[in-house]
Write a protein that binds this ligand. Structure first.
Ligand code: DON
Length: 562
């Protein structure tokens, strides 16, 4: 009996010590508004626009352009993206400013005469470039939802480009890594192709001039004006097929977001041509019946359940998803609970399902590192989540020196050949084959979460195919495992995408014993190929209605607010 009491006292003591030990790490807290993006300069420019009285949509346009200057690795006007919003009054919406295939694109444009994919043709240089959508996206958002004059929004980025941007340690490293490709792809010298060191300042006068013209002449400058002429000529001189007509015909599109519930959360995410919202909904709906909070964060059972849901969702992604303007996607069915519980019916905690045993689900259809994300909440309560990309790091590496920006290599997001993986190892099918003017399937997942009908979180991330699962883990970290926004963003991540049949894990961050247990159940673990998974930026609304920023330590990401 005495022994029993002693052990009770000891247990209580240990338990309370453990409780006391758990200190929570919060990110930046602000009372009124916040911007979280990949660079401090861009977050500050966005936040200053809010301070001036602009709304989240004005700040979106300003942050996007500031990233084009400060973060040429992924920020852009030569690429595209997606934005999801929730207004203070609860209205939701989203815009697709994804690139599209040029008019002269053909299904087999990346195949040789034997029908094999030609290495690098869809990733490096002018043939990889899709018609950029960013400038159209900015003007469309500003026209419909913005409030400040466009000049006030563009000016800070023009000044930043003239004054220059300080090189960070991480930027020094990426420039060093990609310099050989800059000189391989570009005929002329480009500003980034130098041995830049941390704390050097890089100026972008050509980009400043392009932005000045856009500020003066509006969207048409980029799509029908002098800039479009220079751009089309430049791409063709470098062996590409993009024409002035392609630019003149580009339009951003408003899309109905994908909306679903998970426990007491309402999740609002992006619709096709991104796979993000549908895949996120599929994975989370497959997970909803499991008691992840009881299993624990990164416990064996949690990792198994998440992996198996991911495996099945990515198999569906590869078969069913593509540009909805070109193919019929069974959206309703794909995210229906009975379809998804059927997909998980053969899962058991006893052993791994093999991806070779998983195909896309059967649905009757009457007819499938580098990007960047920013999240903004303004002082009026409007929220946006925007993910934007030129696809690979520095896109196609092709840099138009006269205009001052990199061009995307988004064409690689198409399936060049059914069954042959793209640069993210993603396999595609007919649904994502190349056609003129079609938009390539994306994984970008800008997402807003509501709780009790109130704004709860806005988040997203780069990371190619790992975007969807990084967003999902971050939401679960807050909702199931009670983490702060910053902890949720910082927590180690893992990823499964059906094929290849492996769990990718950030190296040396997962328990060795856990990895052994997973291997014993038949999972294969890859800790080599993904030094980091995602760079999540998000904002959480706390109980006292203040905002907590989560800026990913994996990049130079920074939250700025007031
Ligand atoms: O749209 C997509 O899914 C890809 N182009 C995103 C690329 C990306 O996230 C690269 N970052 N690591």
């Amino acid at each position: 009996m005495i022994k029993y009491f002693l052990s009770c006292i000891l247990t209580c003591f240990l338990f309370s010590c453990k409780q006391a030990e758990k200190t929570s790490t919060r990110g930046l807290i602000s009372k009124q508004a916040m911007v979280v993006s990949a660079r401090a300069e861009a977050s500050k420019i966005g936040s200053d626009i809010l301070k001036k009285g602009g709304n989240a949509f004005d700040a979106m346009c300003a942050t996007q352009l500031a990233l084009a200057v400060a973060y040429p690795y992924a920020g852009n006007i030569g690429g595209g993206g997606f934005m999801v919003y929730r207004k203070a009054n609860g209205d939701i919406g989203s815009i697709d400013f994804r690139e599209k295939a040029p008019l002269a694109a053909t299904k087999d444009m990346y195949l040789n005469e034997n029908g094999d994919v030609i290495p690098e043709k869809s990733t490096l240089g002018a043939m990889a470039v899709g018609v950029p959508g960013t400038v159209a996206g900015i003007f469309e958002v500003h026209e419909k939802l913005g409030s400040l004059p466009i000049k006030d929004i563009i000016n800070p980025s023009i000044a930043l480009a003239y004054n220059g941007v300080t090189v960070t340690k991480k930027q020094e490293e990426t420039i060093k890594k990609y310099r050989p490709l800059f000189s391989k792809v570009n005929k002329e010298a480009i500003p980034l192709d130098k041995a830049w060191k941390e704390n050097d300042v890089i100026k972008y006068p050509a980009l400043a001039k392009t932005l000045e013209r856009i500020s003066q002449n509006g969207k048409d400058e980029f799509y029908k004006g002098k800039t479009s002429k220079i751009l089309a000529k430049f791409i063709q001189e470098n062996g590409g097929i993009l024409t002035e007509k392609d630019l003149a015909g580009y339009e951003a599109k408003w899309r109905e977001p994908i909306v679903f519930t998970y426990d007491d959360l309402k999740i609002i995410s992006i619709a096709p041509p991104s796979s993000g919202g549908i895949a996120l909904a599929q994975i989370m709906k497959m997970l909803e019946p499991f008691h992840l909070d009881e299993y624990g964060h990164h416990s064996l059972k949690t990792i198994q359940a998440i992996t198996e849901a991911e495996r099945r969702a990515y198999a569906d992604r590869s078969f069913y998803l593509g540009d909805p303007d070109f193919i019929k996607i069974p959206v309703e069915t794909l995210i229906k609970e009975d379809y998804l519980s059927g997909r998980m019916a053969d899962f058991s905690f006893e052993k791994a399902t093999l991806s070779s045993d998983v195909s896309h689900g059967n649905i009757q259809i009457i007819e499938s590192n580098e990007t960047t994300h920013y999240s903004i909440i303004d002082q009026f309560g409007n929220a946006i989540a925007c993910t934007t990309t030129i696809n690979g790091a520095y896109g196609s590496k092709l840099y138009c020196a006269e205009l001052g920006f990199f061009l995307n290599n988004e064409m690689d997001d198409f399936s060049s050949k059914p069954g042959v993986p793209n640069m993210f190892g993603l396999i595609g099918a007919e649904a994502n084959s190349i056609l003129p003017e079609k938009r390539m399937l994306s994984s970008m997942t800008p997402t807003i979460v509501e709780k009790n009908n109130k704004l709860f979180m806005t988040l997203g991330t780069p990371g190619g195919s790992t975007i969807i699962t990084s967003v999902m883990q971050t939401i679960l970290n807050v909702h199931e495992f009670d983490m702060t926004m910053q902890e949720a963003v910082d927590a180690p991540r893992f990823h499964h995408q059906w094929l290849p049949d492996e769990i990718r894990m950030e190296p040396n961050l997962f328990d060795r014993n856990l990895i052994k247990q997973l291997e014993n159940l038949g999972y294969s673990i890859n800790e080599k190929d993904a030094p980091v998974i995602g760079k999540v930026d998000g904002i959480l609304v706390l109980d006292d209605n203040t905002y907590e920023g989560g800026a990913d330590y994996r990049g130079d990401d920074t939250a700025v607010g007031f």
